[in-house]
Design a protein around this ligand. Sequence first.
Ligand code: PLP
Length: 425
Amino acid sequence: MNHERSRDLYDRALSVLPGGVNSAVRGATEPYPFFAESGDGGHVIDADGNRYVDWLMGLGPLLYGHDTPEPVSAAIQSHASQGPLYGMPTEIEVEHAEFVARHVPSVEMLRFVNSGTEATVSALRLARGHTGRDKVVVMQGGYHGAQESTLVEGDADHVQPSSPGIPASFAQHTIPVPFNDHDAITEVFEERGHEIAAVLVEPILANQGIVTPVEDYHETVRDLTEDHGALLIWDEVITGFRVGGLQCAQGKYGIDPDLTTFGKLIGGGFPVGAIGGPAGIVEGFTPSGDVFQAGTFSGHPVTMAAGLESLTYAAENDIHEHVSALGEQLREGLREIVAERAPSYQVAGVDGIFKVHFTREGAGEVRNAADVKAGETDRWRSVFRPAMAEEGILLSQNQFESQFVTYAHTEDDVEETLTAYEATL
Ligand code: PLP
């Protein structure tokens, strides 16, 4: 494959964009990222005209791959040509909020924002305002966007910011615990439960490999938060409207969080975030409450139209069933290949997300972020991913991000991908 144009664009980009990109993970591939030119169903075409089966899929916001269904395109175009925004409320925001409240079990009311990061920032502010407490519990390796409270590393006893530029005093309010460890979070609540405003957790760790919850883990966390007067916030930025269909992961796992953060699919491919929950908590936001929250672009009509129409189309056309079935077909094929060619590796994922963990021999089942990190991540990055790209299969930029199945993917895409895994593993 020829990548000359991508290389030249990257060279130019390095002069005007830090690291040549506008989001860190895009620069994670070596020696340089491929620049995208266009999409076509389940495929993406790069700046040199190379065509790939695309499992990166914008990192999650594209339920229909690169083909937008006609009613969705029409709604986007009509709203884009009408303004496109006003600084005044619009009907489409109300309709979208009504749709989400109808489908997501714990959501009665929503505040729309512009990114998943903004959603988690605002949710934590709301939880702290609601409880009058400062501390938040997060999972080691959980990701909640580029925000001060959650960019931390360490454990419950020794925590520090994971990035320069964040005051150490901020990190002192965050308590990281290992995912799927009942004892660790129980101990934290026994010692500091009265100080904890919230637990912020992804239902499935989806940015540190894919790690699904062990039995009763979420039930334990739900009980602990209830018993100690803390809020349970589920970060469904990735799982929302992808895992568990329109009910999201909370419907699938039968847990009612106090707050839910959304992003990605709720905006149908446009910049979005949202915080949802019962009115008694969400009304804490200004102007109905005192917890300040605002945004020029929040509830943008084009985003609202894209999000509402794409989820409505999904509700009317069994889209999630198709995506999940194709996802299972892919995972099943991967399990067979892994069993034969790399028996220590593990296939992860559920519904429309998948990943192969490059676990080392004797490592045991992946239960948390540390288990994923201990795998052959260098092999994945330097050898495996580039080789898959040469075979025409585009995977996520590193070993930790999820890969996404969409309605545009076909059984042929799955077969082509399995053949490439077989050749490359
Ligand atoms: N929360 C989770 C679970 C995410 O996966 C992400 C991004 O991937 C975010 C929050 C941040 O969302 P955004 O990148 O839209 O700010």
